[in-house]
Design a protein around this ligand. Structure first.
Ligand SMILES: [Zn+2]
Length: 127
């Protein structure tokens, strides 16, 4: 594995964090703008309800990403960046390129997703 350049990764994480914050701000502004136009009839009302829900879900996911980025920055500081939080192996370069704030290697992530899927099935009474 190539030696990661800490400063490059740090800048990448920080700019990613800013992009996400900017996106949340923009979406919120769009939602506020829609509200200002006033609601004509029930159809419009339904649309705005759904949009609000969509924005809520979006910003939840984005907020989660920001938390992950903050954690990655901490690990960078501690010198544990790039290590899987589950098995301790190094996370694949290709994975870090796509998700520089990834916490787990591909194998652990895949296993977790499978387990989550199973738990979901149990919760829904399918298993
Ligand atoms: Zn792992």
């Amino acid at each position: 594995m190539k030696q990661p350049d800490r400063e490059t990764i740090r800048k990448q994480l920080i700019s990613l964090r800013e992009d996400i914050l900017e996106e949340i701000r923009r979406k919120n502004a769009e939602a506020a703008g829609l509200g200002d136009e006033g609601v004509g009839d029930m159809e419009d009302l339904g649309l705005i309800d759904n949009l609000g829900e969509f924005l809520h879900l979006l910003s939840d996911r984005k907020r989660e990403e920001i938390i992950l980025i903050d954690e990655a920055l901490e690990r960078l500081q501690e010198g544990t960046y790039g290590q899987c939080q589950e098995c301790g192996n190094l996370i694949e370069d290709e994975r870090l390129e796509v998700r520089p704030f990834a916490r787990f290697c591909t194998a652990c992530k895949a296993r977790q997703e499978k387990e989550d899927h199973l738990k979901e099935g149990v919760a829904k009474g399918k298993l």
